[in-house]
Design a protein around this ligand. Structure first.
Ligand SMILES: [Zn+2]
Length: 189
């Protein structure tokens, strides 16, 4: 991604009220590969700044599946996926690839499983999980023909160990809680 000094905005699910905001001064990042991001893609393309879509490679909708046209919150979508495997709130690889080939748009990594690592996994176990999960993520992107240089930490868990493992595998740019949530922006208008 072309680095510049613009502030970085963080978007999860997309609601219609967000379409009222002027985002032309932001690099826009989209977390978790939610379908509502794809549904409103054309709107965001009006802003001439880089956009990065962070995908968890294990949470992608199968091509034949019908997607949920009603915006679902990111936490509800995750809950539903982790409980029942429901991927109706997420994008398909064909849609992700379409975004990847769109001007100003980039695909970034957001792990494979999107596991919550903020707990107390023993270091050895944590290390193994991070290596294994990162390799699965990179293999999947590779299979889909997508090269990634950007990564966003699930739950903004930014452990130095995690960053090191990712760097060793060619990831160059990292994103986490330094970003501005679009929900906070709306308070300012
Ligand atoms: Zn996430």
């Amino acid at each position: 991604m072309n680095k510049n000094n613009k502030p970085i905005l963080m978007i999860h699910e997309v609601y219609e009220w967000m379409l009222e905001l002027d985002l032309s001064n932001y690099i826009i990042t989209f977390d978790d590969g939610l379908y509502s991001q794809y549904k409103y893609l054309n709107h965001f393309l009006k802003f001439d700044t880089p956009k990065i879509f962070f995908i968890s490679t294990n949470i992608v909708s199968p091509e034949q599946e019908e997607q949920n046209e009603i915006t679902t919150s990111c936490s509800k979508a995750h809950e539903s996926f982790f409980k029942t495997g429901n991927t109706a709130n997420y994008m398909k690889w064909s849609q992700i690839k379409e975004i990847a080939s769109t001007k100003n748009c980039y695909i970034g990594g957001h792990s494979h499983q999107h596991k919550d690592l903020r707990g107390t996994l023993a270091l050895k176990k944590l290390h193994n999980h991070l290596k294994e999960d990162t390799d699965k993520m990179l293999n999947e992107f590779n299979t889909q023909g997508i090269e990634i240089k950007d990564f966003c930490f699930p739950y903004n868990y930014e452990a130095p160990l995690y960053k090191e493992i990712l760097k060793q595998r060619g990831i160059e740019n990292f994103f986490g809680q330094e970003r501005i949530a679009i929900e906070d922006l709306s308070n300012a208008i």
